[in-house]
Ligand binder design. Structure first.
Ligand SMILES: [Zn+2]
Ligand SMILES: [Zn+2]
Length: 156
């Protein structure tokens, strides 16, 4: 069955937002309009934003927002396992609040956009790794680096 992600995008976003909100409510989190705006950006996590990117987006709506508010909200969500943090050797962190669990990523080395490929096979691979190494696997990080369609077109 094919799911049309574009058509259902708003519904998925609402669902993620509701999940985040109920988790935060359970932790007595004071929800300000600014913080709600941060959650909305993270529920979609278009391109896997940086804190700076989230800050720019939220500031468009709430000009008095401080970057500390963004960091605080992101860190709390991280503690609650409601956002996935992707760290990179250059020190930049990217966030995915739409899928807050380990999953493979495809990263464009030209424009730095990060997308979630809709692929299977990782479960099988994990099973093989457990069999081969005897490890209890707790987490994984799978990144594919390359050039996205737009950047490829621009280069040719
Ligand atoms: Zn690109
Ligand atoms: Zn992702």
């Amino acid at each position: 069955m094919e799911v049309d992600e574009q058509a259902d995008g708003a519904g998925i976003m609402k669902q993620r937002l509701d999940q985040m909100l109920s988790k935060l409510r359970a932790h007595d989190f004071r929800l300000t309009p600014q913080r709600l705006a941060v959650l909305k950006v993270l529920a979609v996590s278009e391109g896997h934003p940086t804190v700076e990117r989230i800050y720019e987006t939220v500031r468009g709506e709430f000009p008095t927002t401080s970057i500390a508010t963004i960091y605080k909200t992101v860190n709390l969500l991280k503690q609650l396992d409601e956002v996935l943090e992707l760290g990179f050797p250059d020190g930049s962190n990217r966030y995915d609040g739409n899928k807050p669990y380990p999953h493979p990523h495809v990263i464009c080395t030209q424009c730095q956009k990060i997308i979630d490929p809709n692929v299977g096979g990782l479960e099988e691979l994990t099973k093989e790794i457990i069999k081969e190494t005897g490890f209890q696997i707790l987490n994984h990080r799978v990144d594919f680096f390359g050039m996205c369609r737009e950047c490829k077109t621009r280069k040719s």
